[in-house]
Design a protein around this ligand. Structure first.
Ligand code: 2AM
Ligand code: CA
Length: 262
């Protein structure tokens, strides 16, 4: 028997505690290192926060597996059983440079099916959360189902980097898209950008390459309010593999896919 309500209660408590620790860290000097390249940052708070969640999960739910960005969890290749997918700080660059526009992101899957999703905007005290079949919320406020929107009225999010020559996609395809929509925005945290799509603040978000911890929680939230979550080819995402990500309101998602991405 999987205790979803018990898990939900625990995660919310742990997220609040982790958020308090992160806020306190603003007052002290961070240790900042780079990972794959000079723009791929990690701080001691990313590591401490991931370890905090892993310790609590292992104590309370010892038979669950954990996939975490900083690598303190299990080595996970498949989606069997209950799997926690954790990004302790999504938007580490923003955390370091701005002390805002970052989030804790946790998605919990059972045999590959999203069950519980949490994205916590620490600085604004906004917890976006969803339980499969029971709707999505921002704090206590239920998020409505996503309405359709015309492309010319849409506000979309993407990183400006994808409009420059890159190895993932023909960037010239995105230029007319950016020109045709009402506005393009970039927040620098995939989890927050997905939370904003779920909350209707953005109509779509697309990006060339994300890791499971960047999109695991957002996928659950967006699907719970009737949004569409695929890669840039329109295929469904595998939550243990890196992929491009394209999310949005249903008709808009189809429209962008057909007119600009195929
Ligand atoms: P991070 O801050 O947790 O690393 C920035 O546009 C967004 O993309 C952030 O959510 C960031 O997550 C993620 N990101 C940045 N570089 C990435 C990479 N090489 N692979 C996957 N996700 C990445
Ligand atoms: Ca991270």
């Amino acid at each position: 028997m999987i205790m979803w309500d018990e898990m939900d209660k625990c995660v919310k408590e742990w997220i609040e505690e982790a958020g308090e620790r992160i806020k306190k860290s603003f007052l002290k000097q961070l240790t900042i290192e780079t990972k794959s390249n000079r723009n791929d940052l990690v701080t001691d708070m990313d590591k401490e926060t991931e370890q905090f969640f892993i310790k609590n999960i292992n104590e309370k739910f010892p038979d669950h597996r954990i996939l975490g960005e900083e690598g303190f969890g299990d080595s996970v290749e498949d989606t069997k059983g209950v799997l926690w997918i954790i990004d302790p700080i999504d938007g580490t660059m923003n955390f370091v440079h701005q002390q805002r526009n970052f989030a804790i992101s946790i998605g919990i899957y059972e045999n590959g099916v999203g069950r519980l999703g949490y994205i916590y905007d620490v600085v604004h005290n906004e917890l976006y959360h969803a339980k499969k079949g029971e709707g999505a919320f921002m704090n206590d406020q239920k998020l409505p189902n996503l309405p359709s929107v015309a492309l010319e009225d849409a506000v979309i999010a993407l990183n400006a980097l994808w409009l420059t020559t890159n190895k993932h996609m023909d960037s010239s395809k995105l230029v007319p898209l950016v020109r045709d929509v009402r506005a393009a925005r970039s927040y620098g945290s995939a989890a927050l950008e997905m939370a904003y799509v779920a909350a209707g603040r953005l109509d779509a978000y697309l990006t060339m390459r994300l890791a499971p911890w960047d999109f695991a929680a957002g996928k659950i939230l967006i699907e719970e309010v009737g949004g569409v979550v695929t890669n840039l080819k329109g295929e469904s995402l595998d939550v243990v593999r890196k992929d491009s990500v394209f999310v949005g309101k249903p008709t808009l998602h189809q429209d962008i896919l057909q007119r600009y991405l195929t």
